[in-house]
Design a protein around this ligand. Structure first.
Ligand SMILES: CC(C)(COP(=O)(O)OP(=O)(O)OC[C@H]1O[C@@H](n2cnc3c(N)ncnc32)[C@H](O)[C@@H]1OP(=O)(O)O)[C@@H](O)C(=O)NCCC(=O)NCCS
Length: 161
């Protein structure tokens, strides 16, 4: 059954909870790069959107999108196990994508561990294409798969006259 959740931009007080989710859901085996302090920097950064999905007072998931000109990169993305497969990830991704398209982004890229079959299936289900394998992308010498989704058509201005 779909969870009832709300999505909003993260605030400074969310940084510790997001950092712990990043450590436990995404960075396993890689060391803890996205500490509370590093996440707080992301929340302050004007070129980055940090979004959280909340079920009541509890954070169910989060996503971080970084912008550069007309491209964006989904830097971090995760949903707590208890809330998975209930549409939280899809809702969060759609929110981040819509925000990016409004900002003029034409292409979103991301990297996932090549062994992360669930993430690959999730992103493929949302229209992301596998573009390349990136050997030794992670510090533990793990390979990544680079994926991308083209929004240029969605952004095309309507033609008049
Ligand atoms: C990948 C992840 C974000 C998906 O979040 P989620 O909230 O469970 O996703 P949704 O419920 O919105 O799933 C949407 C679709 O994605 C695909 N999908 C999601 N989980 C899947 C799984 N375990 N196996 C196969 N397909 C899956 C399905 O097509 C699903 O649609 P369906 O449930 O109608 O079949 C979540 O599993 C997660 O946080 N994983 C750990 C962290 C991670 O890998 N992050 C991404 C790489 S950084």
């Amino acid at each position: 059954m779909a969870d009832s959740f709300a999505i909003r931009l993260a605030v400074h007080a969310d940084a510790p909870g997001i950092a712990v989710m990043s450590r436990d859901l995404i960075e396993t085996g890689l060391g803890w790069r996205w500490t509370p302090r590093a996440v707080a920097r992301l929340i302050r950064d004007r070129t980055t959107n940090v979004a959280v999905a909340c079920c009541g007072a509890r954070m169910a998931g989060f996503g971080v999108m970084q912008y550069a000109d007309d491209e964006a990169r989904l830097l971090l993305f995760g949903v707590r196990p208890l809330h998975r497969r209930t549409g939280v990830g899809s809702g969060l991704l759609a929110w981040l994508e819509e925000t990016a398209v409004v900002a003029g982004i034409e292409m979103i890229f991301l990297e996932a561990r090549s062994t992360n079959a669930i993430a690959r299936a999730f992103y493929a289900a949302h229209g992301y294409r596998e573009l390349a394998m990136v050997p030794n992308y992670y510090s533990s010498s793990e390979d990544a798969v680079r994926m991308g989704k083209d929004f240029a058509v969605a952004n095309a201005s309507p033609r008049f006259g």
